[in-house]
Design a protein around this ligand. Structure first.
Ligand code: 3PG
Length: 228
């Protein structure tokens, strides 16, 4: 697929559902959710356009840098084809700040009831992070059935996901952590995997040099991955 980061083609992407997004909407939109670490708000808009040009518009900007909220704000304001989301949401205060910045979904590295309640109060989709059966059950108790499996490769990878298909057959996962172009297909082939997450679409050196064409290529490759 030919892509031009200076002239993204949102027409090639299906229209988003009207109104608030569900976690299912977020996970089904593309095979990969990019996990993004930004230190410079000036990079946020060209990066978002480059990812959209490659067919990836659900963008998880992690709340790990002092500039993260400003980056979410810039994407929400200036790149309507993209959907800005917040990652590394660890508290209700993080969730409120993300919503105020314009995030339309949230991803957390673990699950607490406080984060779950905040997401519901704010009307924002949440992909809670889980790594054990007990954590899955706690998230399910609170009504969450679309979950991030984190850190996926370190915590058991595809074998763990296969083991969860029995007791947690209705749950859909977004494995994240150690996922890359070389192992994403194996994970995406599993029936309980809706999408994967990872930082490989936004290499630090490409961000630093403003190599948006490379990021668009990586996004285009990612958006072409098959799902099971
Ligand atoms: C994270 O939260 O840092 C993600 O899991 C990304 O992990 P990765 O860098 O291994 O893709």
């Amino acid at each position: 697929m030919a892509v031009n980061p200076l002239n993204p083609s949102p027409v090639s992407l299906a229209p988003l559902p009207a109104g608030p997004l569900s976690a299912r909407d977020v996970m089904r939109d593309a095979p990969v959710i990019p996990v993004i670490v930004l230190h410079d708000p000036a990079q946020a808009v060209p990066l978002a356009r480059a990812l959209v040009a490659g067919g990836i518009r659900m963008l998880e900007v992690t709340l790990r840098t002092p500039q993260a909220l400003a980056c979410i704000e810039a994407i929400a304001r200036e790149v309507p084809e993209a959907v800005a989301g917040a990652g590394t949401v660890r508290s209700a205060a993080d969730a409120r700040a993300a919503a105020a910045a314009g995030a339309r979904f949230m991803v957390s590295p673990g699950y607490t009831q406080a984060v779950g309640r905040a997401a519901r109060d704010l009307g924002l989709a949440l992909l809670p992070g889980v790594a054990t059966g007990s954590e899955i059950m706690a998230a399910q108790d609170d009504g969450f059935a679309e979950l991030k499996f984190f850190p996926a490769l370190q915590a058991g990878g595809a074998a763990m996901l296969k083991a969860w298909q029995g007791p947690f057959g209705e749950v859909r996962f977004c494995p994240t952590g150690g996922v890359h172009a070389g192992n994403a297909a194996e994970l995406l082939a599993l029936q309980n995997v809706a999408c994967v997450g990872g930082s490989w679409l936004t290499p630090a050196d490409a961000l630093a040099s403003g190599d948006w064409a490379r990021i668009s290529r990586l996004a285009a490759e990612a958006s072409a991955l098959a799902r099971g």
